[in-house]
Design a protein. Structure first.
Length: 56
C-alpha cells in the first residue's frame, strides 16, 4: 500500500508531496508521519492500493 502525503510549512507556502510504501495502512501512516519535516503540517493523505479495481 502506498500513501501520498501533502505537507506545507505555512499557509501561503507551496505544498510538497511525500510518498511511502508499506504492507499495511497503519505501517505506511507511521512512516509518513515520521517523514514530515519539523515545522511542516500534514494537510492531506491519499491512499493508493495495488488491489483496488478502480486503479485499472
Amino acid at each position: 500500500m502506498r500513501l501520498i502525503g501533502t505537507v506545507r510549512s505555512e499557509p501561503e507556502a507551496e505544498p510538497t508531496r511525500i510518498e511511502v510504501e508499506a504492507a499495511t495502512y497503519s505501517a505506511a501512516l507511521e512512516q509518513l508521519e515520521q517523514r514530515v519535516p519539523a515545522g511542516h503540517q500534514l494537510i492531506a493523505i491519499r491512499v493508493d492500493r495495488d488491489d483496488d479495481p478502480r486503479a485499472s
